[in-house]
Design a protein around this ligand. Sequence first.
Ligand code: COA
Length: 214
Amino acid sequence: MSARLFIFGAGGHGKVAADCATEQERWSGIEFYDDRWPALDACAHWLVVGAGDDLLRQSREPRETFVAIGDAGTRLAWIAQLAEAGFPLATIVHPRAWVSAGAAIGRGSLVVAGAIVNIGARLEEGVIVNTGATVDHDCAIGRGAHICPGAHLAGNVEVGQRAFVGIGAAVRQGVRIGAGAVIGAGAVVVHDIAEGVTAVGAPARPTDKIEDGR
Ligand SMILES: CC(C)(COP(=O)(O)OP(=O)(O)OC[C@H]1O[C@@H](n2cnc3c(N)ncnc32)[C@H](O)[C@@H]1OP(=O)(O)O)[C@@H](O)C(=O)NCCC(=O)NCCS
């Protein structure tokens, strides 16, 4: 086992990331940082030991770090800042997820238990493939995208950066989902979805009566 893992972001997503990292048995322990510290001093049974600035001060002796922030823009901004400061960005894959040796997982990404990433799939940095989601062959998942629990992407699907594919959604092969798009829970996506659009239903259709409710 190597040194301790630093995790920035001590909310629900941080807790899941820490749990996956523990199961991965790659790090000797976990230290959380969060800007709500010192009011927030624990995340499940792990300690929150400082705020983001305190984490950046660790750059004298940087350890592998994971950014566990749900908001994609904030997550990517922290990944960039930490990389610039010299922190190696951890990639966390739960041992009971299955990732093909022929798939590529970008730095700072998380693959949760039960997920499958098939051959030829490419995940850029800061991607989340959440519990039980499947990313089939040759999919391309852009920076900061989130494939929510139980969502299924058929082969050759493209998901743009910061896009959000909601829980239980199904996406037909070859479909392109634009950057920043939001696919509602349970949607069935059979046509391309443009950048920044929210789409819901089966078949999924763009809707303008919805605020971004992620
Ligand atoms: C699509 C979504 C982003 C919209 O959120 P929102 O802006 O807060 O939308 P609201 O709840 O105000 O709903 C607005 C309307 O859209 C409908 N709607 C919302 N989500 C829907 C969905 N997934 N499918 C179909 N219709 C949906 C609502 O019924 C409502 O319609 P009405 O006014 O006729 O009753 C959200 O509902 C959603 O599906 N989020 C995914 C959550 C998720 O996957 N979480 C996992 C995190 S790990």
